[in-house]
Design a protein. Structure first.
Length: 87
């Protein structure tokens, strides 16, 4: 992702954090925000201008898969990148 952003200097991205079904809604919302922020911070360390990045957490509200298996939970714990501005 950092390489792509370096190669496309006018591109801006929102980092979206997501969680599995365990924990309270409040806990998962904060965890998803922290997950997204950690990825944003890493992109900055890799040389991406923070002004091109934003982040948001969605808790468990946007699960990819339903279920409580380890596999389902692993798929739901993620970050996604959304292009918010392009050339």
């Amino acid at each position: 992702v950092a390489a792509t952003l370096r190669n496309h200097a006018t591109l801006s991205v929102r980092v979206e954090g997501h969680c599995d079904d365990r924990g309270s809604e409040e806990y998962n919302l904060e965890l998803s925000r922290a997950r997204a922020r950690a990825v944003l911070d890493r992109l900055v360390v890799l040389g991406i201008d923070a002004g091109r990045l934003s982040y948001e957490g969605f808790g468990r509200s946007r699960r990819l898969v339903e279920g409580t298996s380890a596999a389902a939970r692993a798929k739901n714990r993620r970050v996604e990148f959304v292009i918010v501005a392009a050339p």
